[in-house]
Write a protein that binds this ligand. Sequence first.
Ligand code: RI2
Length: 311
Amino acid sequence: MDHLSQLKDTADKITSMEIRGAGRIAKAAALALRDYVESLEVGSIGEFNRHIENAAKLLVDTRPTAVSLPNAIRLTTQYTSSDVYEAKEEIINNAERFIRQANDALRKIGEIGARRISDGDVIMTHCNSNAALFVITTAFEQGKDISVIATETRPRRQGLLTSKHLLDYGIPTTLIVDSAMRYCMKKVDTVIVGADAIAVNGALVNKIGTSQLALAAHEARTNFLTAAETYKFSPNTIHGEFIEIEQRSIDEVLDRETLADLPELNVLNPAFDITPPKYIDLIITDVGAVPPGMAYTIIKDHLGWEVSEIV
Ligand code: RI2
């Protein structure tokens, strides 16, 4: 397979969710750009720029919600040289740096988040978040006797991936259907989920059902944490932009036969929802455990975007 086909293959895998999870898609995009650039043979910097723009667009268009994707692509494709060879080197270095820092961020989030987990805690998590799992497994490796309640996470049932991962570590895990989250909340000490995006006001965009989980935790006075690398914060939201909620195929919800039996049925399949900052106790990032009100500072200090730059 040539490198453009490989790039398209990565884009298709992100769209179909064969590669999924906000962090994983960001790293896959950075890697795809690195490999693409390595093989790119062009005659001029103008041609090079056009190829990079097209490649970036192909990747960024795959999934609209997880801001990790445009952030990773922007950080990877920032180059200053007008010499093709040097510009290539810059992109390759950027991609490798992004992947290295993203992996390091997970380790730091694990360390910081594990301090919020006590011996004997019951933790509830939703969907399948690498960042949230790093917190849970780090706490377990520190010798804390913990157990986890994992929500199934319809329609794609990522809760099964989470359960398998935790069981492989030897962490006692119970799977529940999503609608049992409030019923089971009374047993829970801490809820921890991942993040597809954090807006400038500290609102969390994460897998559909997260906002219900946050409400149930709030009502029960249970801690609600989200684990988010700094590249999951959305710079565009300081420009007043909304974060688009991805609507996925209804085939994920019902099989074709059932749909054929109910031709007049409308089915919706929003992939994400928004949890207001007032329901979030802490955001566990790689630069510290911060309240949602610090989102702007993270965007400014760690992504380099400021309100003053807006024209
Ligand atoms: P990590 C996932 O999205 C889930 O919503 C999860 O909470 C979030 O990405 C963050 O995952 P999807 O790709 O980056 O399953 O922490 O739609 O792995």
